[in-house]
Ligand binder design. Sequence first.
Ligand code: AMP
Length: 378
Amino acid sequence: MDTIQVLDKKFKVSIPEAEILRSIDAVAERINHDMAGKNPLFLAVLNGAFVFAADLMRRITIPCEISFVKLASYQGTISTGKVTEVIGINENLSGRHIIIVEDIVESGLTIERMLDSLGTRNPASVEVCALLQKPDRLQVDINIKYVAIKIPNDFILGYGLDYNQQGRGLPDIYTLVSDEEEQSKNNENMKNIVIFGAPGSGKGTQSDLMIEKYGLGHISTGDVLRGEISRGTELGKTAKDFIDKGQLVPDSLIVDMLASVYDALGEHKGVIFDGFPRTVPQAEALKSMLAERGHKVAAMIELDVPEDELMTRLIKRGQESGRSDDNAETIAKRLDVYHKQTSPLIDWYESEGIRHHIDGLGALDRIFGDICAVIDNL
Ligand code: AMP
């Protein structure tokens, strides 16, 4: 859905220009037929009708005249209901066939007042030609003979119609985007990404670059668990035993903390899940947790790095970071756990249709470039 921002509101196209013009063709044809030989005088109501009047006049092929009148109309999105004097009629209307040209008829009160006012000047006939009518809103018993397009009771903009004086020049007609539509559009655009790979495949490094470039949130279950350990919580104590052995922390513990960690991020454009999910049940739990919120994983990005390179990187990281589980023995165990418990997720995400394989060996920039290509195409 393409939207435009006008002042504080978002709008989407509801009637494209081509459709507007086709409807005007039809209405003009009727007027050409009905008013032949009557030299009608069109009274176009400013400001809104100026665009409509211009397109209508170019389709009126019989002799006719046009003049512009002014009335008060809208303020914001709610009809003020206030109508001031009709100004600008200098012609003698006696015996003339008048066609009032309006952009939109809603309650009909404005038109009714105009009809009353014009009726006192002895015209031969007075008809109304409206580009748009909201039949649901009509409050008075008046006949709008020529209506180009009937529309539901939505606030509209463009093609002469304004929102606080803005948007009159838009060639199409727009309606307000509702909060629900806005929310679902945000959800559609949300880029929740699972960054996937064996320990040492570069998930953390690439996550940092993605966060910086795309402003995404970040959930690393490993970081969350290390935080629990350093705060000495019950979860931390339990997790530490598993982590130090290079084993996975049980799914139930991870899944239990997932929703609260996710919700704690608040509003976001998307989240990178780093080191999570690590098992099929975790992936399923993630999917349903997101679905409950109207969200989803947009992509699983798999960083593929050969085993010997993973070993080299993790041993080096252990020397630099001092992470207790980055020692040769635990690393070997973690890689084994990865192959047995985590790598089945490659097929799982493949069957979800959102797996993107990336060669994780090579220059950091090239790898990041490949990741960006995936994200930019979401
Ligand atoms: P990481 O920092 O992602 O390499 O995680 C370090 C350790 O934390 C892992 O070896 C696991 O013991 C534990 N861990 C992190 N994330 C998970 C997860 N999603 N499921 C189970 N255990 C995890």
